[in-house]
Write a protein of this length. Structure first.
Length: 227
């Protein structure tokens, strides 16, 4: 019998990509004003460079430090080595990204209903805390990769930590997420039940089979009730 349900964060509970897009759109004009080499930068360049630099940074560092380093290196590539400007851009980016977060419509009703029957947890590779998204005091525990020396899913350390917090065997925990390679693989690797939240009916992009597949969180209680 399942006693605990854990959830991924970005693109499972809230729309990270849309919030990030708005944040990049906000900082781009400020970058273009920094000089002639920066004036021609477009949104695609900014997103590509930022992704490149954050991917290359130390995954054990907090995400906000990695964002700052990405903006710092972006400016350096543009010939504008300005620490103060990098910090201003980072602050603006984070402010807009956090303010732009929108929960999917099925999140609050599902969590309210499930919280009456199950312990609920949040397990995220990102750094957007539940309290920033209108979900303060909803979860019994929250686990973030940056607090686990960069143990990003599918690394099983955060799943193992969640299992330990429940005091029950891993097969009594179900983890829900949108990524086959991170959430489903991570849950299965820890011996937990893996629920793939496939909102857009995408084709599987990894050779891993979830325990269950759902199109929306409103279906979660039904599939887990049968587990």
């Amino acid at each position: 019998m399942i006693t605990t349900i854990t959830f991924d964060a970005d693109e499972t509970l809230w729309q990270f990509a849309a919030a990030q897009q708005r944040a990049f759109e906000r900082v781009l004009p400020a970058i273009r004003q920094l000089g002639p080499d920066a004036g021609a930068m477009d949104l695609a360049d900014l997103k590509r460079w930022h992704g490149e630099f954050t991917a290359a940074s130390d995954p054990t560092r907090p995400w906000e430090e990695r964002r700052l380093d990405a903006f710092r290196r972006t400016l350096q590539r543009l010939g504008h080595d300005d620490e103060a400007a990098a910090r201003r851009l980072t602050a603006a980016y984070l402010s807009v990204r956090y303010a732009s977060i929108e929960l999917f419509g099925d999140v609050l009703p599902t969590l309210r209903a499930l919280g009456q029957r199950y312990a609920l947890g949040l397990i995220s590779n990102g750094n957007t805390r539940a309290s920033r998204c209108g979900l303060a005091n909803v979860f019994d525990f929250e686990l973030y990769a940056e607090d686990y020396a960069g143990a990003r899913k599918p690394d099983r350390r955060m799943l193992d930590a969640a299992v330990a917090l429940t005091g029950n065997p891993p097969d009594r925990l179900a983890h829900v997420g949108d990524s086959l390679t991170q959430d489903v693989a991570g849950a299965l690797g820890a011996g937990a039940i893996a629920v793939w939240l496939n909102r857009n009916a995408d084709r599987a992009d990894a050779p891993v089979l979830p325990t269950y597949e759902i199109r929306g969180l409103e279906h979660l209680a039904t599939v887990l009730g049968a587990a």
